[in-house]
Ligand binder design. Structure first.
Ligand SMILES: Nc1ncnc2c1ncn2[C@@H]1O[C@H](COP(=O)(O)OP(=O)(O)O)[C@@H](O)[C@H]1O
Ligand SMILES: [Mg+2]
Length: 227
């Protein structure tokens, strides 16, 4: 990543878009320090993340990785991994916000349904929603969704975004996506191309000024119309 400079204000939603390998995951992984910068700095409330106790930092960040990781155990166990002190009620609320409650509650054992190793008995979209619930149950100050709604249909993705906007604790949210429909409402969108920022702005501004963004948007708009 080079020449990247932006600020996310508390409660804002930041969209990050760009092709495969453009550096989207690298960028968001700098926040919970899965990597550290080689130059420059990532600051939270004006403090360099490298100066914060790692436990505190990780506690305040809820990150949903690109590949959903579920382990053998109940759905409940899997969600508690995000916050072991969460009550059953809080787990159910997180499942509702993550748009997972409908399919979980339809199962005979509900939140006590067994998840097989790697989540083999769940669909891709179900796994993604459980991973999101796990991040939400922690009520994070910073929420990061790294391409974690790619298996959801447009309607469910839209419902999820609405639920996130309505969270009472207003996390600062980073949404990484390859689809403009998932990030076009964001306060600020960062367009990456091969590790470089080729556009920063809201949807309207980028549609006017950023050819890379226009191209992504138009190709998908065409796809959707055809679908
Ligand atoms: N751990 C790593 N070590 C070295 N290079 C990496 C590592 N992870 C990713 N990369 C490279 O960095 C670039 C950006 O990757 P990534 O951030 O995963 O992109 P995106 O999420 O936009 O698909 C790619 O060229 C990728 O091969
Ligand atoms: Mg990625």
């Amino acid at each position: 990543l080079e020449n990247l400079n932006f600020e996310a204000k508390p409660g804002q939603t930041i969209g990050i878009i760009g092709g495969t390998g453009s550096g989207k995951s690298t960028l968001v992984n700098l926040i919970p320090r899965f990597y550290d910068v080689s130059e420059g700095a990532v600051l939270i409330d004006g403090q360099d993340v490298r100066s914060l106790p790692l436990d505190d930092l990780r506690q305040s960040v809820g990150i949903v990785m690109q590949k959903a990781v579920l382990f053998q155990g109940t759905i409940y166990d899997n969600i508690l991994w995000g916050n072991e002190d969460a009550t059953e009620e809080e787990v159910i609320q997180a499942l509702k916000d993550a748009q997972a409650w409908e399919f979980v509650s339809a199962k005979e054992q509900g939140i006590y349904t067994k998840v097989e190793q790697g989540g083999r008995n769940l669909s891709g979209g179900q796994k993604q929603r459980l991973s999101i619930a796990r991040a939400l149950v922690r009520r994070p100050r910073i929420l990061i969704l790294d391409d974690s709604t790619s298996a959801l249909d447009y309607a469910t993705d839209a419902k999820l975004r609405k639920a996130i906007r309505e969270l009472t604790y207003h996390p600062t949210t980073f949404i990484v996506s390859q689809r403009t429909s998932s990030i076009c409402y964001a306060d600020e969108i960062i367009v990456l191309d091969d590790g470089e920022v080729v556009g920063i702005g809201n949807h309207e501004q980028l549609m006017e000024q950023c050819p890379v963004y226009q191209e992504i948007h138009q190709s998908q708009f065409q796809d959707r119309k055809e679908a």
